[in-house]
Design a protein around this ligand. Structure first.
Ligand SMILES: NC(=O)c1ccc[n+]([C@@H]2O[C@H](COP(=O)([O-])OP(=O)(O)OC[C@H]3O[C@@H](n4cnc5c(N)ncnc54)[C@H](OP(=O)(O)O)[C@@H]3O)[C@@H](O)[C@H]2O)c1
Length: 241
């Protein structure tokens, strides 16, 4: 299942500093904003409890810096069992989810240092400031070629330096993501458990688009705005209170 933003519709984008809202009305491609019809987690996955509610997930985060360490902290607080590893590597055996948060040009090296990778749901959070990896349309596809499981691209458009400000916001900030069908529910859940509102762009063919947004986000960051949160709302959904 792939949600694409083919319809050109008016949409409101909210870009704001933490607790300092600056609405910006733009006309953009309308991202599919339908409420997800999927359950909170996948019934057939091992972390689904018999009550039908999601239990905690075992997550290996590769990269324990600003992004990896920050997400690990937030997911641990949400009840997940998280192991974050650095360039010295580690063992991902038994992990249900793998998250990649190393420099975009260090993916091969970073993953090579980790044993026990093989078919896990994988979320690639990297940005790459140079060329795309040779032979791949995106870093996310390069990651998929190594781990081999259902793969998503998420968190690469969010600033780790303001993770600690998420909980003070009146509404969850947005996270744009792209995911293969089998990775979508888990990715949405982990986006929510990190405190964000998931905004689905489509399948992994949208990963190059997400990766190209580094040009926009870093330009905004270096300008008047600084590190920012964003949301995408339908017309009429912004409130002033
Ligand atoms: N910072 C942000 O706001 C932000 C936002 C979105 C996406 N990103 C992307 O997320 C990724 C991580 O960013 P970050 O800010 O968290 O970086 P960071 O704070 O510098 O942390 C990088 C992590 O990657 C590991 N690492 C570095 N070089 C490596 C190598 N050659 N092989 C294996 N592991 C290596 C480091 O290991 P050690 O712990 O051993 O040093 C560290 O744990 C990058 O792709 C970045 O572009 C960053």
């Amino acid at each position: 299942m792939s949600h694409v933003f083919s319809d050109m519709l008016s949409s409101n984008i909210l870009v704001h500093r933490p607790s300092n809202t600056i609405p910006v009305n733009l006309v953009v491609d309308q991202v599919s904003m339908a409420e997800p019809t999927i359950p909170a987690c996948l019934d057939t996955r091992p972390w689904t409890t018999t009550s039908g509610r999601c239990g905690s997930m075992r997550i290996t985060v590769i990269g324990r810096g600003h992004v990896g360490g920050g997400l690990a902290k937030r997911w641990t607080k949400a009840g997940h069992e998280v192991t974050a590893v650095g360039r010295d590597g580690g063992d991902a055996t038994g992990s249900e989810v793998v998250v990649v948060a190393v420099p975009g040009n260090a993916v091969v090296q970073g993953l090579a240092a980790v044993s026990g990778l093989g078919g896990q749901v994988t979320i690639d959070a990297t940005n790459s400031f140079g060329d795309r990896p040779e032979g791949f349309d995106s870093v996310a596809l390069q990651v998929k070629s190594i781990v081999g499981g259902p793969t998503a691209k998420a968190f690469n458009t969010n600033f780790a330096s303001i993770y600690d400000a998420i909980d003070a916001e009146p509404v969850p900030p947005g996270t744009l993501f792209a995911a293969e069908d089998e990775a979508r529910a888990v990715t949405e859940r982990l986006i929510r458990d990190a405190g964000f509102d998931p905004i689905h762009l489509g399948d992994l063919t949208k990963a190059p688009l997400l990766e190209s947004l580094i040009a926009l986000t870093s330009t905004l960051d270096r300008g008047d705005l600084g590190p920012f949160f964003y949301r995408f709302n339908r017309p009429g959904e912004f409130t002033t209170s």
